[in-house]
Design a binder for this molecule. Sequence first.
Ligand SMILES: [Zn+2]
Length: 359
Amino acid sequence: MNASSSASESKVPKPFRVGTAMDDRFLDHQTGPDHPEHPRRLAEIYRMIELEFKDRVMIVRPEPATLEQVERVHTPGHVRRIIKTAGQRMSSMAPDTRVCAKTYMAAWLAAGACIQGIDMLMTGALDAFFALVRPPGHHALADRAGGFCIFNNIAIAARHAMKRFELERILVIDWDIHHGNGINDLFYDDPRLYYYSTHDTGLYPYSGDAGDTGKGPGSGFTMNIPLRREMNDDDMVYLYAQTLLPVLSGYNPQLIMVAAGFDAHADDPLGKSAFTENVYGRIARLVIDFYRNGGKPMPLLFFALEGGYDPRSLKASVRSVLAALLGDRIFPNPPDTAPPGLVGLVEKIRMTHQPYGIL
Ligand SMILES: [Zn+2]
């Protein structure tokens, strides 16, 4: 220990070295008038980073992913359909997913940014990385786009981490209000990726029931938790403390990837839930404190932007996560006792997962 350290200093955790991927080419992805997944979402976040975090986070300019990297997740047919949209004024890849002449480049860059983040984490250049990208990815399936997603950015980066760095235990935490059916399906039988998702099954894509827990060698490596509409921040953090922390212990991830959608915010026009931006910083802090207080080595922390359609609350939510990573704020601990209405849900998840031995 450094001789100048005092007891009070030792209580202040060392801030993470944090990187973000930012690039104006993500703003070139135009989805048409009145579409919720619009470029202003990212523009607001970028302005906030420039104003508030510029000197404290490393800003990475992304390179496009390679064809080989993308095709570890997507079929050649899907990739061909996306490439064909290059230069076309406006094409429709799914009823809710429109693309413009420059979308293909944004999609390749979004996947590439996530891969670069993994490389920087794995080589020790950073402790945490946030890919601030669009289009989002968690709904994209092997052979099709959907839910505003073109390529499954997190899945592509996870496969890269498995291939290049031989990772065997990647935990994906998906706190977007929509179920990440793409990530769920792509790794449903693969124990190398544990998919943990909290979502509203009454919203698109209407999947993610608690009983969907994986199959074959992946049985028990998917945890789907349908949320109740009336839940607040305390309820959510309690739920994560009761269900996610046991997964951290039991699965012991080498890398944690967060599908960071912020559409569960109360002001979001699609999610219409009851959470504030603080819930995201509190969950991030919960994970960090689990390792720090338990004296366990911290896994690498990766975040990729998914949904979030109200630019103001989206910006505030990203700020909340960065504040947790940089140690800027004290976030309240989860409630000690179960909030009313949560006992049954936690018990149901426990009963469903106990037979698999991780929880
Ligand atoms: Zn969403």
